[in-house]
Design a protein around this ligand. Structure first.
Ligand code: GLC
Ligand code: GLC
Length: 656
């Protein structure tokens, strides 16, 4: 769009750019800047236009983009151009991710690089390497309290190791995802250290107050994230003699984005990591980016504007790089992180599907898919050019983030139902085999979340202890059922390291003063490579899980209907225990795939007419893409074993 004010400002900025920027060949940069400038200007003006130094800050912003463009490696620039031409590349079914801590996986970044073949053996080709940046030696929230945004923590490796990992991954056609913790810094970050010694410029990087007046106003409406270990949202700094906003842990200081310097610094950090070879940047805790008295300080409109601005700027400098929104928020809010009123994503291309994750756990606990069905039906539509990260477990706790209205619609009383779910997942409910632990208990609100590995929550831990082979098999089947649901749903499946071999809870963290008290460490394991080696022993637990997941991944990659072009229709399966949907083909003439899964611990059947118009009367043979043979369908019912699932097509696509 041609717009005179922004255009003349752009001319002025281009004239004022430093000579060392001006004399480069920046053809692509200028084209993209021209294409995005009106949007960038409008957003920046909306956020910071009232300031006298607005134009000067705008010049700084353009300089940051230009300087990062200049140092971007030719190989990455080529990949930008390829991805611009094929801008739906990440919606295809080709991608399967895994999140891991490099030190938990295999000591450090070099260890991870050496074990990339293990991930490829499974079929994983996108790796989210959990925080790697310099952080304090003691508590650091798993690296989410960053003390230096531009260097790798020495315990994990060096910047060179990271670049080497990125190069190796590119050669193996694997994508690298890195975190940028945009919402806060560690209290040991140089900005915080400057603020502590009274430097006003850096105090303005945070929300600091000399008395409790404003903090008390905020507290009236702000929820607590870690009520047990870090109650309240402000911490008094004795050194600074001021209160500072600390929404997460007391040592994580929230950045103040109403200050344009903070925005410009953090954009520079994002572009810096894009230039180290990250294909995808995971933006942490994005719902929290804007704070306003009288609100819950999450999902504010300005938080979205900041993300749009980050996206627009990143498109100028490194357009091939995608953003993941880590916004673990209500279903109606989460789709907004793709950007509203758009076709292609204008904030983040990818978002965690925490709603689906939590609903899957509801189906596990209730052995019933009622709420899962209801919750997915009320999840707002997503943009065409955006996709989900679908997952069963991650490094965080499980929050029951679905809507009370949906719980009620499914026929439960919300409060009692939530209580039941926590009791079930923590094994308190009679007969529950789950071994989770409650996390984030809030006595004031009655809220709680759950920690624990997939294997512990799915009953494998207790089954192994009891030595009962039938229970072991049942929990393995449940683990595979859950994976089948994220693999086929539409979006990028994100596995969690250790789950592929049934890793159980680990209590080692209790001996570490920096971790004790935060039971999310139960499920942040050190991979036991002897255990992993058992994946090669036929009939072992590890082999049954690993090979089951591996097969699902292989089938997914060969099934174009599993790409994500909003080509999913929910099925009314006619049986509450069975969740089902159809993935239609995005290409004309392609084969639809019917996905059904039984959440009950007993066999269930589905009437064939529930398969709707995908069931052709008179047709008797379906093929299950995952190999369990579907016999001639007798009568008009399709049988599903306990925790069984099928990916059905009426024509054999591939034989397994
Ligand atoms: C994100 C991370 C979580 C961390 C929090 C604060 O939500 O996933 O692990 O505690 O941010 O940084
Ligand atoms: C809250 C936050 C989420 C974070 C989690 C950590 O749920 O919304 O961002 O990952 O806490 O436990």
């Amino acid at each position: 769009m041609y717009e005179q004010v922004s255009h003349s400002l752009l001319d002025k900025i281009l004239d004022e750019l430093k000579p060392d920027i001006r004399k480069r060949d920046l053809r692509h940069f200028y084209t993209r800047l021209g294409a995005n400038f009106y949007a960038i200007y409008s957003l920046f003006h909306h956020l910071y236009g009232a300031r006298d130094d607005f134009e000067h800050k705008m010049l700084k912003l353009v300089e940051v983009m230009a300087n990062q463009y200049i140092v971007r490696e030719p190989a990455l620039k080529r990949s930008d151009i390829m991805r611009e031409r094929d801008h739906h590349w990440f919606l295809r079914q080709d991608w399967v991710g895994m999140a891991l801590y490099s030190d938990g996986f295999n000591e450090n970044l070099n260890g991870l690089r050496k074990n990339l073949p293990y991930l490829q053996e499974l079929g994983v080709n996108m790796v989210h390497v959990m925080p790697i940046l310099e952080c304090p030696k003691g508590a650091s929230d798993g690296g989410y309290a960053v003390s230096n945004f531009r260097d790798v923590d020495e315990r994990i490796g060096t910047l060179d190791d990271l670049r080497k990992l990125a190069r190796h991954m590119r050669k193996r056609d694997m994508l690298l995802t890195l975190d940028v913790v945009v919402n806060h810094t560690s209290d040991e970050h140089p900005w915080a250290m400057q603020a502590k010694v009274g430097n006003a410029r850096y105090q303005e990087y945070y929300y600091t107050y000399h008395d409790r007046d404003v903090p008390d106003m905020f507290e009236q409406t702000m929820p607590e994230i870690f009520p047990e270990t870090s109650p309240g949202n402000f911490t008094y700094s004795d050194e600074m003699q001021r209160w500072v906003m600390t929404v997460f842990n007391s040592y994580q200081w929230d950045l103040n984005y109403s200050n344009p310097d903070v925005f410009i610094e953090m954009l520079d950090v994002i572009l810096f990591w894009a230039n180290q070879g990250a294909d995808i940047v995971r933006l942490d805790a994005v719902a929290f980016l804007w704070k306003k008295i009288g609100t819950v300080c999450q999902n504010e409109r300005e938080a979205h504007l900041i993300l749009q601005l980050m996206k627009d700027c990143c498109q100028v400098t490194s357009p091939g790089v995608l953003f993941i929104a880590e916004a673990i928020v209500a279903p109606v809010e989460v789709t907004k992180y793709f950007g509203e009123d758009a076709i292609n994503a204008k904030e983040c291309e990818i978002a965690y599907n925490a709603t689906y994750m939590a609903l899957l756990w509801d189906a596990v606990a209730t052995k019933n898919a009622k709420l899962l069905n209801q919750g997915i039906r009320s999840l707002p539509d997503k943009l065409d050019g955006a996709t989900w990260l679908n997952y069963v477990r991650c490094h965080d706790d499980i929050g029951l983030g679905f809507d009370d209205a949906d719980i009620a619609q499914a026929g439960y009383e919300p409060k009692a139902h939530r209580r039941f779910l926590i009791d079930y997942l923590t094994g308190k409910f009679p007969g529950s085999p789950a071994r989770g632990e409650p996390f984030g208990i809030n006595e004031k609100t009655g809220d709680a979340r759950v920690s624990g590995t997939l294997a512990a929550l799915a009953g494998l831990e207790s089954a192994i202890e009891s030595g009962d082979e039938q229970s072991i098999q049942r929990s393995i089947d449940l683990i595979l059922l859950l994976h089948s649901m994220v693999m086929a749903f539409g979006g990028i499946p994100l596995l969690y390291y250790g789950d592929e071999i049934g890793t159980l809870n680990s209590h080692a963290y209790e001996d570490d003063p920096g971790k004790v008290g935060d039971n999310r460490w139960l499920h942040r394991p050190q991979i036991d490579w002897d255990k992993a080696a058992k994946r090669k022993e036929h009939g072992s637990i590890e082999q049954r899980i690993f090979d089951g997941i591996k097969q699902q991944i292989a089938v997914r990659k060969h099934t174009p209907s599993f790409s994500d072009f909003n080509n999913r229709e929910l099925l009314d399966t006619g049986n509450e225990h069975v969740f089902g949907f159809v993935r239609t083909s995005p290409l004309p003439g392609g084969d639809p795939v019917i996905v059904i899964g039984n959440f009950d611990a007993k066999p269930q059947s589905v009437p064939l007419q529930a398969l709707g118009h995908y069931y052709k009367p008179g047709q008797s043979v379906y093929e299950d893409l995952c190999g369990s043979v579907i016999p001639q369908i007798e009568g008009d019912e399709l049988e599903l074993p306990a925790h069984g699932f099928h990916w059905l097509t009426d024509r054999g696509l591939t034989h397994f």
